[in-house]
Design a protein around this ligand. Sequence first.
Ligand code: PGA
Length: 252
Amino acid sequence: MKQKIVAGNWKMNKNLKEAKELIKGIKKEVKAGLKDNTRVIIAPSFVNLQSAVKKTKKSIVEVAAQNMHQAKSGAYTGEVSADMLTNLGIGIVILGHSERREYFAETDELLAKKVDAALGNGLEVVFCFGESLEDRRSGNHFEIVENQLKKALFHLQKENFKDIILAYEPVWAIGTGETASPEQAQEIHAFVRELFTKEYGDETANAISILYGGSVKPANAKEIFSKPDVDGGLIGGAALNAEDFAAIIKSI
Ligand code: PGA
């Protein structure tokens, strides 16, 4: 079933003490007033995951990792495996964020492997995709998005998509204060759903949640979320403040 989801990507922010405080604030804010099928996810850094799982245990807040390595285990200094995450009680991992693609050279081919490893270990994946400013200006955004999804996800079986959440994040709108207009977001989301209809059929296309990410704030969330194919948001900067994050959640 298609779900409403608000996920906070904390990136490389918040030490342990700050992470605990933020979780406390979020729990207090979101206790009441959520629609039944709304999910709230937070993605702290690796070192704070264990504490986050513990602190969110009795709440509706779910915890995700921001990345993971595709190998089962081995000599990969500094990396974290899917098994290490599930063993901590983590059920979700974000893959393909544009910052991973840009600063850590993650390609769609590599992401296909990471997706397989995540699903194989029972993790749910928030898969990020989106075009750069250059692509948008040259009118290639539909093609770029289609290619990213095809290369990283379209080797999967229909059944796998119950564990995939999509997040459209136009790179030009991430952390820039510039947001895609609700119409621009809807246009791509509808295009993506259509791609899924062609590849996997209506049932899969209509069941998959497609989040929008890129400078979502309390002031613009409601309008973006009101679009029919926008099922929620992946929030960066505004997820670092409990009141702002809660206000975004409540605008779903
Ligand atoms: P932003 O980040 O909300 O700060 O633009 C979104 C993201 O990168 O997921």
